[in-house]
Write a protein that binds this ligand. Structure first.
Ligand code: ATP
Ligand code: FE
Length: 371
């Protein structure tokens, strides 16, 4: 069975065709980063306009790349929520139109459920339920217990800032050049930098230790993330510092260590309080590409006898003959895409959980626990 899924909950316009045998026939992601960079975030009106422009080319490109005919499709899926209402509407209206002309079923999908189930689509040996997923991105910092396909519990989330935003903020404070990378990735590279530390290694280690003591993990006994305290404590350290290269590298390392320690500590705490025995920890989101994070979290899962999964590299990248601004760099299947929406829709289609095109509406807010 083949599902064509559409996703436009944030700034990426996505269309993908996936079979129930876990084959991703196409996975088109059209970016509009350049438009939003100047606003320091996603501008809802321009994002909606971008989707208006991109949705039709994304659909035709997904069908062309999959090499199937429209008549081969068994259902159309769309993201139902959560997300920006105006943005969600674009893919949803397109999906409704497609089912209107073809008469095939429509499926509405929870965006975060789709994120949590991505590993079941992409991993050669998918994790067994129950498993934990740790989402660390610019928009989220959360631990979710995926007990079953439709039974997800949010064990911890942030009550202020996300880890991704904290990384971005720290990179800016330290004046680290991004040079085309995500700010967090630039910070990671800078922290690993050892060239101009020649002869200063012990001094840096000593400073990292000193700074790190001032960047503590908040509320050690609570299953709650918080990155605003780290942000302000780090701002103070930077303000008080001499701004030299050795200092900046030490500051970057201390920040990374503190930011990641919070993830490791909260996962450990969640495991210690857990009534279920998760088989695995699935880590996703942009920050999950951080090498230091991978080491620290692997330590945690190693101690608890859990498998650990990290984002697979892009499954479908590269330019197109339409010359569309398709994602072609540092793109992870664990970032926003429509293949994951199609995969979550397959579970629902198999159970006959279809949407009514006349009543399906975008849900800007929608708890993962309310499915
Ligand atoms: P969401 O999809 O949850 O709404 P988003 O689109 O902002 O949020 P992602 O694209 O998953 O999230 O992640 C972007 C974040 O990841 C940015 O804050 C970026 O700086 C950070 N990031 C990317 N690579 C690294 C890295 N190697 N180390 C640390 N942070 C990183
Ligand atoms: Fe997302």
């Amino acid at each position: 069975r083949l599902i064509l899924a559409l996703e436009s909950s944030a700034d990426d316009t996505c269309a993908a065709i996936v079979s129930n045998h876990r084959e991703i026939l196409s996975n088109v992601v059209m970016k509009q980063d350049q438009i939003h960079e100047q606003y320091g975030g996603i501008h809802p009106l321009y994002a909606t306009q971008g989707h208006m422009k991109n949705i039709s080319p994304a659909i035709s490109e997904a069908i062309r790349r999959a090499g199937v005919a429209f008549g081969d499709l068994d259902a159309i899926a769309t993201t139902e929520g959560p997300g920006m209402k105006g943005c969600l509407q674009i893919a949803m209206v397109a999906a409704k139109s497609l089912v209107g002309v073809s008469g095939i079923p429509l499926v509405g999908v929870h965006h975060m459920q789709a994120h949590a189930l991505t590993c079941c689509l992409t991993e050669e040996n998918p994790p067994q339920f129950p498993f934990y997923t740790l989402l660390c991105s610019g928009g989220h910092t959360m631990i979710v217990d995926a007990e079953e396909v439709t039974k997800m519990r949010v064990l911890a989330t942030t009550n202020d800032d996300s880890i991704g935003n904290a990384f971005d903020h720290a990179a800016k404070l330290l004046n680290i050049p991004w040079s085309g990378k995500a700010p967090g990735a630039a910070l990671e590279g800078f922290a690993r930098h050892t060239e101009h530390l020649f002869g200063h290694k012990d001094e840096v280690d000593c400073r990292v230790k000193e700074y790190r003591q001032k960047l503590r993990v908040p509320a050690p006994s609570q299953l709650l993330f918080s990155y605003s305290g780290l942000r302000s404590a780090f701002s103070r350290l930077v303000d008080e510092s001499d701004g030299g290269d050795v200092t900046r590298v030490a500051l970057a390392r201390a920040f990374q260590s503190a930011a990641v320690a919070q993830l490791a500590d909260k996962v450990t705490l969640a495991l210690s309080k857990s009534t279920v025995e998760p088989s695995s920890l699935v880590v996703s989101g942009g920050v999950a590409s951080n090498g230091y994070l991978r080491e620290r979290l692997s330590d945690v899962t190693g101690r608890h006898g859990l498998n650990i999964y990290f984002p697979a590299p892009a499954l479908c990248t590269g330019g197109s003959d339409l010359n569309l601004p398709l994602a072609n760099h540092s793109y992870h299947i664990y970032a926003d895409n429509a293949a994951m929406i199609a995969w979550a829709a397959h579970y629902k289609l198999a159970k006959g959980e279809l949407a009514n095109p006349a009543t399906l509406m975008p849900r800007a807010k929608w708890s993962l626990e309310d499915m």
